[in-house]
Design a protein around this ligand. Structure first.
Ligand code: NAD
Length: 502
């Protein structure tokens, strides 16, 4: 049995969650609650209200009033910058607590918090970065087309009331990537965390309040898609939906947006390739690729490189190192510093991953290691052994479907053209990595790959760089200018300066 997480819950002082509506925390209509069960042990962690459609309506109306009448959209740049920077400082100061709450949510091990992309420092940097945008969201002055000296200019204005919906795998980071640009642009927000990772996000919301955000600017409704998410995305007073999650829910959001033509940003899944050429460092490539699929979140990462396209001469070297990384994975209580990797988030996801592994076997892929559910002391959690398949073809189910678990598929290739064809034969397009010693090849591949992010001999995540996907990996980008501009509307202003121009 994995050691109980209850002592950690008590240490961090976690209590049942509440809704934040119009500046007040409370249980909402209290019709239903959701009890979160810990993915590593099956223990009940704590409960939170399932916001009803009436609760969601109150939250949206509070955000609407705060947008239409409140101070935030009209506040001076200095005020917005001060508050967003204060959020960053509070997040840094509360880093250990936030990561502990995240471990109680989704069991991501504390040992993984040192990885920049999963750290509290990254979350704080996202707020700092966007604070820097507040006084730079400028329009333009254009030369007049009709002659004369009349003014033609554009203004950037906040998009309005934003529904921000986030998944469970990296709740703090993904929440920050929505809230920071939305608030910096002057929008007001109704945030819905995942029902599988609510508590760290609720704490982040309290820190944002503590930083001095006016009441009603940030509202939080907790609960699952049905009824909470559904009520939020269909609410006519929402101007923009910013969503990170699955394609299935992404489609519902597109449909829900049609009624009132809501603006939509979608960050969806991936089936990202790592291309390892004969002149590439296959050992490092295997360590990083297998690492993204097994360490930390155990492959429950949108940009995990789950298809390793390996030159046929390098397959043995690659597989040897990948198997070694699999052997380093240690499962258990996320607060144990020796634990490297998380369980799957819930039993539904556990069944799905095991079913996909069975499909890999039955469609003829060769299982090198893993493929089984954790037993013995891991039996109460949703653990799956780190799994490596080789001799995979790109048309097999395990090479096409986003598995969201610790499963890597190795697909051999013989030349560059074949590699690029395999890499781009996917419904997704979130990320890719190229491993080669030849800079010209690296740049050729970078151009040819249809993916939102390309790493050359490595990769990472940066708070100020655009992140998002081609094809069915999403619509829009998070991070940087493109992301914050997606929380604005552009208004053209025409000012004739002589009577002739009227
Ligand atoms: P999910 O789509 O099941 O849930 C995401 C969020 O949507 C949750 O808050 C959920 O409660 C909510 N939701 C569910 N049904 C809804 C509905 N009908 N209306 C409104 N909201 C609803 O996804 P998940 O399982 O939580 O997360 C895993 C997925 O997220 C994977 O596909 C992964 O690739 C993707 N993801 C993408 C990125 C990225 O940046 N591209 C980052 C992380 C995760």
């Amino acid at each position: 049995m994995v050691a109980s997480i209850k002592t950690h819950r008590d240490e961090v002082g976690l209590t049942d969650g509440e809704l934040l509506i119009g500046g007040s925390w409370g249980p909402g209509s209290a019709e239903r609650t959701w009890t979160h069960s810990h993915p590593a042990t099956g223990e009940d962690v704590a409960s939170f209200p399932v916001a009803s459609p009436a609760d969601v309506d109150r939250a949206v109306r509070a955000a609407r009033t705060a947008f239409d009448e409140g101070p935030w959209p009209r506040s001076r740049a200095t005020e917005k910058i001060r508050i967003l920077r204060r959020v960053a400082d509070l997040v840094r100061a509360s880093g250990d607590e936030l990561l502990a709450l995240q471990a109680l949510d989704n069991s991501v091990p504390l040992s993984f918090g040192g990885v920049y992309g999963m750290s509290a420092a990254f979350v704080a940097d996202v707020f700092d970065h966007h604070a820097g945008w507040v006084d730079k969201l400028a329009g333009e002055t254009l030369p007049p087309y009709q002659g004369g000296d009349h003014l033609v200019m554009t203004l950037r204005e906040p998009a309005g009331v934003v529904a921000a919906i986030v998944p469970w795998n990296a709740p703090l980071l993904l929440t920050a990537q929505k809230l920071a640009p939305a608030l910096a642009a002057g929008c007001t927000v109704v945030l819905k965390p995942s029902e599988y990772a609510t508590f760290a996000v609720l704490r982040l919301a309290r820190l944002i309040e503590e930083a001095g955000l006016p009441a009603g600017v940030l509202n939080v409704v907790t609960g699952p898609g049905d009824p909470t998410g559904d009520a939020l995305i269909n609410h006519p007073m929402i101007d923009k939906i910013s969503f990170t999650g699955s394609r299935a829910v992404g489609r519902k959001i597109i449909e829900a947006s049609a009624g009132t033509f809501k603006r939509v940003s979608l960050e969806l899944g991936g089936k990202s390739p790592a291309l390892v050429f004969a002149d590439g460092d296959a050992g490092t490539a295997a360590a990083l690729t297998m690492g993204t699929v097994t360490l930390g979140l155990s492959g429950q990462v949108c940009l995990a490189q789950t298809r390793a396209l390996v030159h046929q001469d390098k397959v043995d070297e690659f597989n040897g190192m990948a198997e070694m990384i699999a052997g380093m994975v240690s499962y258990g209580n996320p607060f144990d510093p020796a634990v490297t990797s998380a369980p799957l988030i819930n039993s539904r996801q556990l069944d799905r991953v095991l079913t996909l592994i069975d499909a890999g076997r039955s469609e003829g892929a060769r299982l090198v290691c893993g493929g089984t559910r954790g037993d013995g002391e891991l039996a109460a959690g949703n653990f799956v052994a780190p799994t490596l398949f080789t001799d995979v073809r790109n048309d097999m189910t395990i090479a096409r479907e986003e598995i969201f678990g610790p499963v890597l598929s190795v697909i051999p290739f013989t030349d560059e053209d074949e590699a690029i064809k395999i890499a781009n034969t996917t419904e997704y397009g979130l990320a890719a990595t190229v491993w080669t010693a030849d800079i010209k090849r690296a740049l050729r591949m970078t151009r040819a790959l249809r993916a939102g992010t390309v790493g050359i001999n490595g990769y990472g995540l940066e708070p100020h760089a655009a992140f998002g996907g081609y094809q069915q990996s999403g619509i829009g980008r998070e991070g940087g200018r493109t992301a914050i501009e997606a929380y604005t509307e552009l208004k053209t202003v025409l000012i004739p300066t002589t009577d002739e121009m009227m």
